[in-house]
Design a protein around this ligand. Structure first.
Ligand code: PLP
Length: 395
């Protein structure tokens, strides 16, 4: 059923639809909501070629973002990150063209800024006073910054072994940080309990509909930066999956808008061998992923043993004829070092994982010699640098 208004919500699991008014958590079936726009009506007037004069940040795509007429976003200038040709690494790695989408340029140094800018905007406009989240560190820092920008309170549950740089970053924006003795799912349960007790709005991964909308702008930007072209392959470090889910949604939207013809990229998810539930499920041909026992990786953003959106990540890989691959911690650190020393890109370990994965992807045929490949550096090295010697020892 099509709803009135510029956008509405559809449950990704049971396909129920609803109006997008108020503070919205999960569907009653437990599935996450996704935002739907009237793309047929938008197509004639929302053209890529007409974006030229707009500021180079993610709000240039406002027709496909959940912003109502007359509303202004909560923004710190997120999005508009560079797409860099890998001039020295490319020839070493094999495919014809390798590009690096460098998300380190975002506020708080990671792609998480995109999702939180949009989620905090909607939460603030819907009257939220206080926000809560479970995070591995980077999303928490982004929440803390955008909550400060919007004048909202933020409480963030982090695993006790989160890098000190990240928890200090959260605190520096005035957020309350609670350290939890256990992995991310335990933090998530604590955040849910706090939300139920106090009425704080839970903006943890996929528990509200709008972070995905911010993340999807990465795909819109790539198409603009390639002058309307679509890469053959996108390689993405995957934890909770909002990046991959958002980009797959964006490519479907751009196809419906007539921006990219029928071209679609193959999506490759990279995880760490010490926590690879999506890779395991993909190899087994499953539609859901089993929770990963004893998750262990130094790439904290990839230390997600079970993801609410596992079925959406696996669907994106399957529908795009993509792949999923795991790399050991030592290799992903080496990938980050290669990005830094050969390309000048200050890459986080998660970003290094995409470079580390490429040789195996070429060997398996998931990436072909003539492919144009975009690898994501999802965050800046800066928060990790003080910890690198310890991480190298652990890896
Ligand atoms: C630097 C970094 N890269 C990648 C990821 C994984 O992102 P997603 O949850 O979108 O799969 C995270 C998540 O915390 C992260 O912090």
């Amino acid at each position: 059923m099509r709803r009135s208004g510029p956008f509405h919500l559809e449950c990704a699991r049971c396909a129920t639809t609803r109006e997008a008014e108020g503070l919205i958590g999960l569907c009653s079936c437990g599935g996450p909501w996704l935002v739907r726009y009237a793309l047929d009506a938008l197509a004639p007037r929302f053209r890529r070629e007409a974006l030229g004069g707009r500021p180079w940040d993610l709000w240039r795509y406002r027709e496909v973002l959940p912003l109502l007429d007359g509303e202004s976003p909560v923004t710190l200038g997120e999005g508009g990150t560079p797409l860099l040709p890998a001039q020295r690494l490319g020839p070493i790695l094999g495919p014809a063209e390798v590009w690096i989408k460098d998300e380190a340029e975002n506020p708080t140094g990671t792609f998480k800024a995109r999702g939180l800018a949009v989620a905090v905007t909607r939460a603030a406009r819907a009257g939220a006073r206080s926000l809560v989240m479970a995070s591995a560190g980077n999303a928490g820092a982004a929440l803390a910054a955008y909550a400060a920008r919007a004048g909202l309170k933020a409480r963030i549950y982090l695993p006790a072994d989160t890098f000190s740089t990240m928890l200090q970053e959260c605190r520096s924006f005035g957020a309350e940080v609670i350290l939890v003795d256990g992995p991310l799912p335990r933090c998530a349960r604590e955040a849910q309990r706090w939300a139920a007790e106090t009425g704080a709005f839970d903006v943890s991964t996929l528990r509200e509909p709008y972070r995905v909308e911010g993340k999807k702008t990465m795909a819109y930007e790539i198409v603009e930066q390639l002058n309307g072209g679509v890469p053959d392959v996108i390689v993405y470090p995957t934890g909770g999956g909002t990046g991959v889910i958002g980009m797959w949604k964006a490519f479907a939207e751009m196809r419906a808008l007539g921006w990219i013809g029928d071209a679609m990229p193959r999506l490759v998810c990279v995880q760490a061998t010490g926590c690879a539930p999506i890779v395991k499920a993909w190899e087994q041909g499953s539609e859901r992923a089993e929770p990963w026992e004893n998750p262990r990786t130094i790439a904290s953003g990839l230390c997600v043993p079970s993801a609410l959106g596992d079925f959406l990540i696996l669907r994106a890989i399957r529908e795009s004829a993509g792949a999923a691959v795991a790399v050991p911690d030592g290799d992903l650190l080496q990938g980050a070092r290669a990005l830094a020393t050969l390309e000048g890109v200050a890459a986080c370990p998660e970003g290094g994982a995409t470079i580390a994965a490429l040789p195996a992807l070429v060997r398996s045929g998931a990436v072909r010699p003539r492919d144009r490949v975009v690898c994501f550096n999802t965050g800046s090295a800066v928060k990790y640098l003080p910890h690198i010697p310890a991480l190298e020892r652990r890896a």
